[in-house]
Design a protein around this ligand. Structure first.
Ligand code: DAT
Ligand code: MG
Length: 151
């Protein structure tokens, strides 16, 4: 459906390197609707929940300090197949394996500096949106571009 939602976060390096406008541009121009956005310092407790499936990995401590090294641009996007399409816009987890044309493929080299996060399933998107945003921080509005995006 056209109301599927995903959580996309520009990580601290993406914010500091001024890549966030490029991320917003790519998601917007693909046809997705921005329904939530905020610049925020992620708390350790939130990150432990966000990355709970990775807590036993050796890279977990460095992942947490990376994610707390500066502000994160947290966003929520809505549209057809947005979770899977969003992952395609991001590219592979390892930027060395991300195709040119993807965000990580165009702007990153190291796994621990891969500039952006995207939910990997509709279920994790719902969990992550609830974790990062309060209900009243998400906005409902009619996108004037929808008639030109959807048949
Ligand atoms: P993704 O961010 O593509 O969803 P993930 O959820 O498996 O990937 O891992 C979360 C982040 O953790 C990832 O963006 C970068 C880091 N990471 C994952 N695997 C790693 C590894 N083998 N070595 C170092 N960092 C890793
Ligand atoms: Mg993931």
């Amino acid at each position: 459906s056209n109301t599927e939602r995903t959580f996309i976060a520009v990580k601290p390096d993406g914010v500091q390197r001024a890549l966030f406008p490029e991320v917003l541009r790519r998601f917007s121009q693909k046809g997705f609707k921005l329904v939530g956005i905020k610049l925020t310092f992620a708390k350790e407790e939130l990150l432990r929940e966000h990355y709970s499936d990775l807590q036993s990995k050796p890279f977990f401590p460095s992942l947490l300090s990376y994610m707390m090294s500066g502000p994160v641009l947290a966003t929520v996007w809505e549209g057809k197949d947005v979770v899977k399409q969003g992952r395609a816009l991001l590219g592979a987890t390892n930027p060395l394996q991300s195709a040119p044309g993807t965000i990580r493929g165009d702007f990153a080299l190291d796994m621990g500096r891969n500039i952006i996060h995207g939910s990997d399933s509709v279920e994790s998107a719902e969990k992550e949106i609830a974790l990062w945003f309060k209900k009243d921080e998400l906005v409902s509005y009619k996108s004037e571009m929808y008639g030109w995006i959807y048949e």
